[in-house]
Design a binder for this molecule. Structure first.
Ligand code: NAD
Length: 269
């Protein structure tokens, strides 16, 4: 892969699993130094494995434990990364989870946990990243933009999802959070965009693809007839973080095998 992100410092939240590992590896292969964020002591080993993979490919980075829903921890993470590397150039707001329940049985705890991590976490990290981009100023030798933020959304910023109201609300929130920040800071040459994955094989949705029957059912939703893999998202993240997408601002890039084309309508003409 071309080193289109050479010399840039990237933070990937939730980098220790699933899509976060694919994005971390892809950014590192493109030359970025990657901070692999993980949420708790139990995910340290997975984060270390991602960093070891990056180093084995000739890349570099560090791991950092932080719950993105906790303001003090997010501020400390940015302080630590800036102390160590001098700045941050790319933030991938990837951390997220599901706490599913039929709506009338959904507890306030389930609601608050999903909103806190999926939405408030993206707000807190984006705020600290933008403060740093503005403090540091332009580095034209590294990138045309002052800084880049990629928000991990979902096809469920568009497609309603019964039984997952908290998750869909968090992703719908990310859509307008992303667009509002993009609008506010485009004049400063900060580029904020989202990736909306469709179905990607990761631990978050394992029950939807880990048996042939489940995968066949899932494929009925995907015109391209294949379930996504984390590298599909990693490749998109490299493009959105690089100067190749310099004129792309406030956009959601759907990486979904056509899921948002509503395949059912193809047979109803
Ligand atoms: P995953 O469960 O494999 O990874 C989620 C990551 O988020 C883990 O590394 C986890 O440790 C981290 N995380 C959870 N709570 C955290 C916290 N408080 N602080 C920091 N990190 C925390 O799932 P995934 O599929 O890789 O999901 C990554 C992102 O992609 C999520 O935002 C998810 O909503 C989104 N997404 C996934 C799919 C899919 O099909 N897999 C589809 C659409 C969107």
């Amino acid at each position: 892969m071309d080193k289109v992100l050479q010399g840039q410092i990237a933070i990937v939240t939730g980098g220790s699993s699933g899509i976060g590992t694919g994005v971390s590896r892809a950014l590192a292969a493109a030359g970025a130094t990657v901070v692999v964020n993980h949420s708790r002591p139990s995910s340290k080993e997975s984060a270390e494995k991602v960093l070891a993979d990056i180093e084995a490919q000739g890349g570099s980075g560090m791991i950092y434990q932080c719950d993105v829903g906790q303001e003090d921890q997010v501020i400390d993470m940015f302080k630590e990364v800036i102390t160590r590397y001098g700045t941050v150039d790319i933030l991938v707001n990837n951390a997220g989870l599901q706490r599913d329940a039929p709506f009338t049985e959904m507890t306030l705890e389930q609601w608050n946990e999903v909103i806190s991590i999926n939405l408030t976490g993206q707000f807190l990290c984006a705020r600290e990243a933008i403060k740093e981009f503005l403090r540091r100023g332009p580095q034209p030798e590294k990138s045309k933009a002052l800084g880049k933020i990629i928000c991990m959304s979902s096809v469920h910023e568009l497609i309603p999802w019964a039984g997952h109201a908290n998750y869909a609300a968090s992703k719908g929130g990310i859509k307008l959070l992303m667009q509002s920040i993009a609008q506010e800071f485009a004049k400063d040459k900060i580029r904020v965009n989202s990736i909306a994955p469709g179905a990607i094989k990761t631990p978050i949705n394992k029950e939807a693809w880990d048996t042939p029957e489940a995968e066949a059912k899932l494929l009925t939703l995907i015109p391209y007839d294949r379930v996504g893999v984390v590298d599909d998202i990693g490749n998109a993240a490299v493009w959105l973080a690089s100067d190749a997408s310099d004129y792309v601002i406030g956009t959601t890039l759907f990486v979904d095998g056509g899921m948002t084309l509503y395949e059912d309508f193809a047979d109803n003409g």
